[in-house]
Design a protein around this ligand. Structure first.
Ligand SMILES: Nc1ncnc2c1ncn2[C@@H]1O[C@H](COP(=O)(O)OP(=O)(O)OP(=O)(O)O)[C@@H](O)[C@H]1O
Ligand SMILES: Nc1ncnc2c1ncn2[C@@H]1O[C@H](COP(=O)(O)OP(=O)(O)OP(=O)(O)O)[C@@H](O)[C@H]1O
Lengths: 216, 216
């Protein structure tokens, strides 16, 4: 609540701003390029042309009244740092910042960012995982080395029963269930039959998945 | 198998290349800037300075022998398009391409990319979701409007039984289980007691989660 300010309306900043606005949130967008402001002005509550390095400009834009600032300036480290520091100076409670490198990441955390986001690294890691294991469609990390993996059953697995996956051979691997189109199929019985394209929802440790992928 | 070529060693390309190399895959990295090639040369199987727009340069680099090419050139649309077309001309089976805009996305698919990746949009959408619902830690899309959401129990929810979430009031919402530290707790009984910080694994439709988030 209490609105969102997006400073830097590049691809990332514009996406965050418009997604929030479409969900009904109050969004102020700020960029120093008139064209970048103009292309989102209709969708946001407010859109202002300003240089984020200028504390007074941000104060006049009313940034201090907001609970959250997102800084979407990736290339210009100095501008990204100044925007972050200015947001903090104006009393903003939550500041998230997009960055390009681990070094930016560390510096930003030191100067007051609550969270630093590295889109190219996150998506790059994810792409590498899926490239190596095409049946791994997506996954979430739960922390502590555990993951929930969306694993798509291949043609060869059509007709297999669940026990053929030998999940018990692994330290901590289990099937939470599977989606077949729009139908949820529980995986409580080892006799459960799989069909090609079924989306198995597997929970386990990273090491389990590595071996599981090698075995299949 | 059969190796990976990464054309364009920016942040995304470098991440994909090094992640694959660290997993033991055979990786060839290509970039037109000597510095970008030099910084990853030690980690990859091979690293070459070349302009991806030059089909002969790519042929000489041996790109035709690989099964997969990843194009990590985001800014220069023409170079990204040419790199994609060249990879196809050289007979590469799988070509994934990073892009910045929906327009690039559509053009790339038309000229032969198997998959187009938009890191800033994907992470931007994800960030917007988490900003609005801090308890939504992560999620995967299963297609057909279904998602698996990692939902962190708040302090207020400490001691709640599962039935207090009233999951049955929603069209398709169910608890697949929850992680408490490194322990998996099944959610088969409505009497299951929740603790703060528990990571609930919920499966449901987008609309269900929207209402669920509003109610809680
Ligand atoms: N000092 C500044 N004040 C306000 N806006 C700025 C400032 N510097 C850069 N911007 C804006 O930030 C936006 C993002 O800029 P940048 O070129 O760093 O993009 P990027 O990190 O490549 O972004 P993306 O990948 O999200 O497109 C641009 O719209 C740019 O005009
Ligand atoms: N014609 C080309 N041939 C080979 N490499 C190229 C060519 N054009 C650009 N590159 C390289 O592609 C890489 C990515 O370039 P670009 O500036 O488009 O990055 P980007 O999309 O902002 O990348 P990232 O966000 O992943 O850092 C750079 O290392 C650049 O040298």
């Amino acid at each position: 609540g209490e609105g969102f300010v997006i400073i830097g309306l590049g691809t990332f900043g514009t996406t965050v701003a418009t997604e929030l606005a479409r969900a009904g949130e109050h969004v102020l967008g700020i960029d120093r390029h008139e064209r970048h402001v103009a292309r989102v002005a209709d969708e946001l509550s407010e859109a202002i042309i300003a240089d984020a390095r200028d504390e007074d400009a941000l104060r006049e834009a009313g940034v201090g009244a907001y609970a959250t600032v997102i800084v979407g300036i990736g290339e210009d480290l100095e501008a990204s740092l100044l925007a972050t520091m200015n947001a903090r100076l104006l009393g903003v409670k939550r500041v998230w910042v997009k960055a390009k490198t681990r070094t930016h990441h560390r510096i930003l955390l030191k100067i007051g960012a609550d969270r630093v986001i590295l889109p190219e690294q996150e998506i790059g890691r994810h792409a590498a995982q899926v490239l190596r294991n095409p049946q791994v469609r997506d996954y979430v990390s739960l922390g502590n080395g555990f993951h929930v993996v969306e694993y798509v059953a291949s043609e060869d697995m059509d007709g297999w029963t669940l026990d053929r996956l030998k999940l018990d051979d692994y330290q901590d691997l289990r099937a939470l269930g599977l989606m077949r189109g729009t139908e949820f199929v529980p995986c409580t019985s080892p006799e459960t039959e799989l069909k090609a394209e079924d989306k198995l929802l597997l929970l386990g440790r990273r090491e389990d998945f590595r071996r599981f992928g090698d075995v299949l």
